[in-house]
Design a protein around this ligand. Sequence first.
Ligand code: AGP
Length: 606
Amino acid sequence: MCGIVGVVGLQDCADTLLDSLKRLEYRGYDSSGIVTQSEDGFAMNRSVGKLNALSAMMQEAPLAGRSGLGHTRWATHGGVSERNAHPHIAGNKVAIVHNGIIENHAALRENLCKAGHEFASETDSEVLAHLFLAAFERGLSAREVAEDVLSRIEGTFALAAMHIDHPDMMIVARNASPLAIGLGDGACYIGSDAVALSHLTRSVIYLKDRDFAIVTPDTAQVFDAAAVPVNREVVIVAASQGLVDKGGYRHFMEKEIHEQPDAIAHTLAAMTGPDGTLSTPFSRDELQGIDGIVMLAAGTSYYAAMVARYWIEGLARVPVSCEIASEYRYRKPVTGSFTTAIAISQSGESLDTLMAMHHAGEAGLKTIGLVNVPESTIAREANLVMPTRAGPEIGVASTKAFTAQLTALICFATSLAEAKGQIDARRRDEIHTQIKGLPSIIGKAVGLFDNIRPLAHSLTKANSALYLGRDVLFPVAMEGALKLKELSYIHAEGFASGEMKHGPIALIEEGLPVIALLAADEVMDKAASNLQEAKARGARIILVTEERAASAGDFADEVITVPNVDPLLAPLLLTVPVQILAYLTAFEKGTDVDRPRNLAKSVTVE
Ligand code: AGP
C-alpha cells in the first residue's frame, strides 16, 4: 500500500527521501514520486513502475532543497499513471502526499472546481492539495489550516503537506493509516513506519488517530483531534537494521521460506520464561478470564486463526469464532460469553484487522494483538500483545510469519488449556517437547526444494488446482490455494475434503491437480477415502503427507513426504511443502514472485 516519507531541514534531502522510499518498497506500489522545496519553488519527479525508474529520473534531473516529500502509490482512485502518482501540487504553492482514501472526495472536488481550482489527476488525494491551498489563501495559521482541512475530510488518511511560503514546515495528520515522526539532529522526518526512518533516527513519535502535527527542523508540535496541544511519547526504536537484502537467494520469498526454523526459534524464545519453560505473555489470571475468543484477521493470518480454533477448542475447550476482519467490522456481533478478541496480523497495519479490533473493543471485548511488527498500530492499540519474532517479511506472500503465528498460537492454546485445567502437566510437557523440536523438523521440510521442483514444473501448465485437507489441515489447504493463486495466477481453491461430495467434486475432470494434505491423525482414513473419491473421477492426486501416513494414500500419483510429527503440529510442517510448491511454480512461470500483480504487502485501505 502507499508509503509516505518526508524531510524538513536537511540539505539536499532528495537522496534521503529516495532511500526511505526504498525501505517502504515491501508495502507494494505501482508508481512513485518525490517533491523538494527550495528558494526556486517546488521541483518534482514522478514515475510509473519500480523505484529504479524514479531513481533514474533523479539522476537526470536532480532535485535541490532542504525539505521534501516522497511517496509510493498503490492505485485506488484513478489508474496507474504519472499524473495520478503522488506528490500532488496545487497552484504551485502546496504539495501533498496521502495514504488512505478520502471518502467524500467527489463532493469536495465539485465545490473546489466551482471555486476555480483546477485538478490535474483522477485521484481522491488531490483534493487535499487544493483544500490546503484554499485554507492557506484565507490567511490562516498552520494550526488553523490543519484544523480547517481535517474538519472537511472523511475517510482514512496519513498525509503530509508543505506550503511554498513556509519552507521549513510541514503539516502532517493521520486517521487509521499509520504515520511516524522521526526527531533528528537539526532535521525532522516522517514515514509510514519506523523502518522508513530507522537509518535516520531512533527517536520516533507515533501519531494517534485524528492527531495532527506541525513539523519543523527542530520540533514536532502535536495536536489532538480537538486541536489541543498534546505530548505524545517519544519512542526509541530498535537500531537500524539497514536495508533488508535477499542474502544470496533469488527472491525474498525463497529466503523467507528458508528462515522459518529461525523465525520459529525466535518466536519460541520470546515465549520462554527464565526457567526455560514455554509460556505466553499473559498471567494465569488473565488466561483464566478468557471464556470465549473472537479471532480477527485477513488472508493468510485468517488461516492461522482457523488452525488455532482447532487447537484452542480441542485443548482448552474454550469456544472460538474466526472472523474475516473486513466482514466483522461492519457486523453487529453478539458477543455473548466471548470475552476476548485476538487480532492476528503480520504487519500489524492491515486496516480491516485494525478496525475489526476497534469494533471488538467497543463491543466490550479485551483485545490481544498477535503481530510480527512490534511498533505497528495493532501492537500499540491492542490491550495486550503476543509477539511473533519472524523478522521483517518482505515478500508479499506470507510464509515465515504464518508459521511463526502458528507457533505462538499453539503455545497460547497449551497455556490456556493448562490455566483452564483441561490438560495436566504431563500432557503440557509432551506438547512443549514437540513444539521445541519444531525449528529442527521445519528445517528438514525447507530442504524439499529439489524434490518439489519437477512437480512445480508440471503445475505451470495447469489452469486450475484444488487443495484438500480435513480437520486442522483444512485451513492449510486454503492457505496452499491462496499461495498458488497469488503467486502464479493459477486458479486454485482449498476445500475441506469431506465437503467435496456436496458440490466441488463436480469440478473434477481428467488430470485436474489435487494437492491433498494428509497426516496420521484421527481423520486420516476418512480423509484418504475422500481422496479416493476424487481419484476415481480422474483427479491427479499429489499427496503431501508425513512419512508414516504415506501408505494411507498409496493410490496417489505423486507423493511429497515430510518427517513424522505430533498430529497437533502437522499444520506447521505440511505448510512448508505447499509454500515451496507455490514458490517454484511461480518462479518457473516467471511471475514477479516477491511483488505479485495487484497485491500489496501491507493493506492499509478498506
Ligand atoms: C498472504 O500471502 C497475503 N500477503 C495476505 O493474505 C496477508 O496475509 C493479509 O493481507 C493479511 O496481512 P497481515 O497479516 O499483515 O494483516
